[in-house]
Design a binder for this molecule. Structure first.
Ligand code: HEM
Length: 418
C-alpha cells in the first residue's frame, strides 16, 4: 500500500464514525504513523485526545497502567468520558478499573477461562459450529440464493458460546445479541435507535442477570455466573452492582469481537486465495490463521486511557489529565513491527522473532477471553473448511457505523448445497 499525501486543509478526525463506514482507513493511519505518530485529534464535543498509531507506543502505554489509567473516575476505557455518561449509576466493570482493584475483579472471572475449562468447552463449540453449518445448508437450499453469513453463522455461534459460559439456554442468545448491539452500536441507528432504547436494553439486561443470580444462588452449577455468585458469598468485593457490570462487560466483549473476526476472516481469505489454499491444506496452521485474522482485522479498533502524570510518549510530551487513545487497527499494520503489514499471511507468527499483534490488547487489561476467542476461531474454520469448502462471499459486507468496533452487520455468501 502506498502512503497517500494527506490533505492538510482537512484535519483528520479519527473519532468520526463515518471514517470507518467504507472500511478501516489504513491509508490515513499509515500517513499518521509516518508523519505524526502521536497525533493530537481535536474534538468538537470534548477536550481532544492524543492518538497513538505506532505499535511501540501502544505497547508502552498498555504496559504502564499507573501512568495510563483505565479508571472510570479518570474517564474510562472509551473515547467518551464514562464518568459523564448517563448510565454512570451502573458501577464500573474491571475494564474501567486500575490495579490493584482491577486485579481482584479480574481474578474472580478468570476461573471461567482456565485451560481445563476451555478444553471442556471445545466439544460444545464444535457441536454448535456443525449444527449451524447444517442449518445454513438447509437455508441456502430453501432460498436458492445467497444467504447472510452473519445471522446464519458468526453471530449465533459467538452468542451461543456465551450462553454456555453463563449456563443459560442457547435460545436466550437472541436477547444477549440485541443488548450487546445496543451497548456498542451507539453511532449506528440500526443498533441503537435512541438513548431510551439503550436505557431499556440495560434495564432488561439487569433484570435478566438478576434472575440468573437468584437461580444460581439457589442451585449453583459449574458456569461462570455460579462462580461470580460464589465469590460474593465468600465475602469478596463482588457485590450485586459489580456483578451486573461484569455481566454486561462479558456479554459485550465476547459477542461482537468474535462475530466480526469470523466474518472478517472469511473476507480476508477470499481476497487472498493462496492463503485460503494454505489454511485449508494444513490443519496445524489454523491457530495461526486465528492470530492473523485478529491482527489483520483488529476487531476492536481502539481503547482509551488517561494520563495520570506528565509523561512523554514517542517523543511527544503529554500532560496529566490528557486523553490517550491507542489505535490497535494502526499498531497492527505498523511497518516498524511487521514485514509487509498489509499482507494477510497466516504463517507470519510461525517465523522466529515475529512481533506480537495487539488485537487482544496488551498488559494489565489484555483480553480475558483471548483463549476462548482463539478456540472459537480455530474450530469455526476447521468445520467450515471441512463441510463447506467452497463457501465464499457473494457480495459486499454491510458495515457497522463505529469508531470502536470493526463490525460487519451482514455478508451474503454462497456455497454448493450438494
Ligand atoms: C476476537 C475476539 C476478541 C477480541 C479481538 C478482543 C479484544 C479485546 C481487547 C483489545 C481488550 C483490551 C481492553 C483494554 O486494554 O482496555 C479486551 C479485554 C477484554 N475482553 Fe476481549 N476480545 C475478544 C474476545 C473476547 C471474549 C470471547 C471474551 C469473553 C467471553 C472477552 C472478554 C474480555 C474481557 C472481560 C476484557 C477485559 C479484561 C480486563 O479489563 O482485564 N473478549 N478484549
Amino acid at each position: 500500500m502506498t502512503v497517500q499525501a494527506h490533505d492538510e486543509l482537512r484535519p483528520i478526525d479519527l473519532k468520526d464514525p463515518d471514517l470507518y463506514q467504507p472500511g478501516v482507513p489504513h491509508e490515513t493511519f499509515a500517513w499518521l504513523r509516518a508523519n505524526n505518530p502521536v497525533y493530537w485529534n481535536p474534538e468538537t464535543d470534548g477536550a481532544g485526545f492524543w492518538a497513538l498509531t505506532r505499535h511501540a507506543d501502544v505497547m508502552a502505554a498498555s504496559s504502564d497502567p499507573a501512568t495510563f489509567s483505565s479508571a472510570r473516575a479518570n474517564g474510562g476505557h472509551r473515547i467518551f468520558n464514562e464518568n459523564e455518561f448517563s448510565d454512570s449509576e451502573i458501577e464500573a466493570s474491571m475494564i474501567s478499573m486500575d490495579p490493584p482493584t482491577h486485579v481482584d475483579y479480574r481474578r474472580m472471572v478468570m476461573g471461567g477461562f482456565t485451560p481445563p475449562r476451555l478444553r471442556d468447552m471445545e466439544a460444545g463449540v464444535r457441536r454448535r459450529a456443525v449444527n449451524l453449518i447444517e442449518a445454513m445448508i438447509e437455508k441456502a437450499r430453501a432460498a436458492g440464493e445467497p444467504i447472510d453469513f452473519v445471522s446464519s453463522f458468526s453471530a449465533p455461534y459467538a452468542i451461543q458460546t456465551l450462553a454456555e459460559l453463563f449456563g443459560v439456554p442457547e435460545s436466550d442468545g437472541d436477547k444477549l445479541f440485541e443488548w450487546s448491539n445496543a451497548v456498542v452500536g451507539e453511532d449506528d441507528p440500526e443498533c441503537r435507535s435512541s438513548p431510551e432504547y439503550m436505557e431499556q436494553s440495560i434495564g432488561q439486561m439487569a433484570m435478566y442477570s438478576m434472575g440468573l443470580w437468584q437461580a444460581r444462588a439457589e442451585q449453583p452449577g459449574g458456569d461462570l455466573i455460579s462462580m461470580l455468585v460464589k465469590a460474593a458469598q465468600d465475602g469478596t468485593e463482588m457485590s450485586i452492582p459489580r456483578y451486573l457490570s461484569t455481566f454486561i462487560l462479558l456479554v459485550v466483549a465476547g459477542n461482537e469481537t468474535t462475530r466480526n473476526s469470523i466474518t472478517g476472516g472469511l473476507i480476508a481469505l477470499d481476497e487472498n486465495p493462496e492463503q485460503r489454499e494454505k489454511a485449508m491444506g494444513e490443519k496445524a496452521l489454523l491457530p495461526h490463521l486465528a492470530q492473523e485474522i485478529v491482527r489483520y482485522i483488529s476487531p476492536v479498533l481502539h481503547m482509551r486511557r488517561t494520563a495520570t502524570r506528565d509523561v512523554e510518549i514517542g517523543g511527544q510530551p503529554i500532560r496529566k489529565g490528557d486523553k490517550v487513545v491507542m489505535w490497535y487497527a494502526s499498531a497492527n499494520r505498523d511497518e516498524r513491527a511487521f514485514d509487509d503489514p498489509h499482507r494477510f499471511d497466516i504463517a507470519r507468527t510461525t517465523r522466529p522473532g515475529a512481533a506480537k499483534h495487539l488485537g487482544f490488547g496488551f498488559g494489565e487489561h489484555v483480553c480475558l477471553g483471548q483463549r476462548l476467542a482463539e478456540l472459537q476461531l480455530r474450530v469455526a474454520y476447521e468445520e467450515l473448511f471441512a463441510r463447506l469448502p467452497d463457501l465464499r462471499p457473494a457480495g459486499p459486507p454491510r458495515r457497522l457505523r463505529s469508531n470502536f468496533i470493526n463490525g460487519i452487520k451482514s455478508l451474503p455468501v454462497t456455497f454448493a448445497t450438494r
